[in-house]
Design a protein around this ligand. Sequence first.
Ligand code: PMP
Ligand code: GLU
Length: 407
Amino acid sequence: MSKSNANSEFISRNLARVAPSATMAVTQAAREMKAKGIDVISLGAGEPDFDTPDHIKAAASEAIAAGKTNYTNVDGISELKEQICYKFQRDNGLSYSFEQVNVSPGGKPVLFNALLATLNAGDEVIVPAPCWVSYPEMVRMVGGTPIIVKSESANGFKLSPAQLEDAITPRTKWLMLNSPSNPTGACYSRDELTALGEVLLRHPHVLVLTDDIYEHLVYDGFEFFTIAQVVPELYERTLTMNGVSKAYAMTGWRIGYGAGPEWLIRAMAKVMGQSTSNPCSVSQWAAVAALSGPHDFIAEWNKAYTARRNYVVKALNAIDGLTCLTPDGAFYVYPDCNDWIGQTTASGTLLSTDVDIAEAVLRESHIALVPGTAFHSSPHLRLSYATDMNSLKEACSRLSAFAKNLI
Ligand code: PMP
Ligand code: GLU
């Protein structure tokens, strides 16, 4: 065998079609620069800066002390499924039995396992864009075809019913929805979901995968709804995915969950039984404490997120060449940076794309952010404001200086 990088012919055709995760890459690049002593402000990764609450950590310690460290049911312990069923009833008015619930090692695997369990080569998945980096790539990884449907800022970055109708073909298997959205923070109202639902009711072969992981991160009184709740006729063909990563600041614990039709949940458990087995037993007990425990800290955190969002939106709109909507949820803002395209930075770099901009901002201003290209909509930049206010102020002042030096 020859040198390692000459071995790419061994990579499967499906994986060769897949782009690496840009959000993971930018986070890694920022970490490496920090390790070299460079003062990088990390607005790349979408991860709460808050610590996991103490009562959740305590539940994990108790689980370890009590020896709850063995394999569990492949798709989750019944104590956690019980809490998930309560959660769906309490927050979303949705009733599920344990047989309709899947617990996976993070939100990502819930989505991935559902796609792996259902897609055949050439099956189409409608992905409204701007979309989270991983959706199209997961679809490709398992041999499906992502159909990326772009929406513009004028539509609040939301898929319209007409766009959905146009995108559906006999090969459509899934529509993926994500509200609040990563990367735009856009949230679908009850009426908007109802209108999309009306289209879906005309196409009974289309399943719906809704990623509600940012459900609790909504601001200014926005009322969250999920599609199976708003259009009950879709209940039988919807997988409602959620997780503890964002709302409870538990990204590293790796617990996500989904609820949907029994046939799908069984198929997803089959995938797990032959691949990952159960999610970490200790993390599952921590998630029981998260879902069943007090939720008042979420309102406190949301106050901080709201103040940060308000600051960042105003500061970005004051920078020459950036325009930015005020999103209803998640912890991202998604400014348009079209006016910077074609300009040259202080150190002589020509900015031809938003990837060039993100790289130049990292190299010259030491701010990590993610280019819109990664989310299939350019030219944009995604900034995560899940970090402290001082860092956000410093980042905006560095961006302002970056803009002033463009020629
Ligand atoms: N969906 C969206 C929209 C996300 O932003 C994330 C964040 N990584 C996930 C799913 C995955 O969450 P987890 O870290 O629980 O896998
Ligand atoms: N969801 C986060 C983000 O978009 C975490 C990284 C990832 O899983 O992609 O930054």
